[in-house]
Ligand binder design. Structure first.
Ligand SMILES: Nc1ncnc2c1ncn2[C@@H]1O[C@H](COP(=O)(O)OP(=O)(O)OP(=O)(O)O)[C@@H](O)[C@H]1O
Ligand SMILES: [Mg+2]
Length: 281
């Protein structure tokens, strides 16, 4: 029987989309800071969980914003995603299982970040370092329907791991002039990786923090659409203080303010991403 998204009511029958049984792995990345990566990862995770999917969120940012969102402390954690890198030579499902933590939200688990992750950014990508997350996720794939990886805002071992592990890249871009440079940077990184993998990873550019009252927002959205065409999602995430409130409360926005404009927009994005996966498959 089709289930309906608790956050969005009957106009969002995501479970009527047949996704098969394989786990979906999405990465949220942009080499620019503060563009809504963590917010996007958490909100999509909340929507997936509401739709009955078992969700695993991975925090690959040494700052640990996503980890803190779920009330784990990146400064004091013993088990974190760092353990996967430390144990990369003898990785097994028990080691991976030890770093997966529950949250107080049904069907949402996290692999948290710890500050020690920052030391990885200085390391070279040789020696199997680029595929640690990919291998770890394969070991627990059967336990989850949806994995979402949140990234740091710079290119390094962690971002490379996230890109190697995922099947779809979500790129939030602020609708403001300076944001377009950051967008080029992440698209160049993607092109570089695609050359070595000999295929271009499916990706979606998501305009965020759109403020229809400002000319800057309106003009830069138009520029983004003109410049990047089909790769840009047809909708946009509006600027909405409820997202900040949700983050402060440590609750995924769809559970905190289910009827807010931003959550409705994220629900429509989520549905688009699922349909796109089916189309690509
Ligand atoms: N659509 C939005 N409207 C209003 N505020 C938003 C929106 N999206 C995100 N924010 C707020 O903007 C701030 C930055 O968002 P977020 O932490 O998600 O960005 P980030 O890209 O993950 O940042 P970083 O690069 O530092 O990890 C947060 O306070 C968040 O609550
Ligand atoms: Mg972040």
């Amino acid at each position: 029987m089709a289930r309906f998204c608790l956050s969005c009511g009957s106009n969002f029958p995501v479970d009527t989309i047949d996704l098969g049984s394989t786990v979906r792995i999405w990465t949220v990345a942009n080499q620019k800071g503060g563009v809504g990566k963590t917010t996007t990862a958490v909100t999509l995770a909340g929507l997936a969980a509401d739709a009955g999917r078992r969700v695993l969120l991975l925090d690959l940012d040494p700052h640990g914003s996503l980890t803190a969102y779920f009330r784990h402390n990146p400064d004091t954690l013993d088990a974190s995603v760092f353990s996967l890198f430390e144990n990369r030579k003898q990785l097994n499902d028990m080691i991976v299982g030890q770093v997966i933590m529950p949250t107080k939200f049904e069907r949402i688990h996290v692999i948290p970040a710890s500050v020690s992750l920052a030391t990885l950014e200085r390391q070279a990508i040789g020696d199997g370092m680029g595929l640690v997350i990919s291998k770890a996720l394969q070991m627990v794939a059967a336990d989850f329907d949806q994995v979402i990886i949140d990234c740091p805002p710079q290119l390094g071992v962690l971002l490379v791991n996230a890109l190697a592990a995922c099947e779809h890249l979500i790129i939030p871009v602020q609708t403001e002039f300076l944001a377009i440079k950051g967008l080029d940077r992440i698209l160049n990184t993607l092109a570089m990786l695609s050359r070595s993998q000999k295929k271009l990873m499916p990706h979606t550019i998501v305009p965020v923090m759109y403020d229809r009252r400002t000319q800057a927002s309106v003009t830069s959205l138009r520029t983004i659409r003109n410049q990047y065409g089909e790769r840009v999602w047809a909708g946009k995430i509006p600027i909405d203080t409820r997202l900040r409130d949700a983050s402060k409360a440590g609750v995924p926005a769809n559970q905190f303010a289910s009827d807010s404009r931003a959550v409705l927009a994220y629900a429509s994005l989520y549905k688009f991403l699922l349909q796109d996966m089916v189309r690509v498959a």
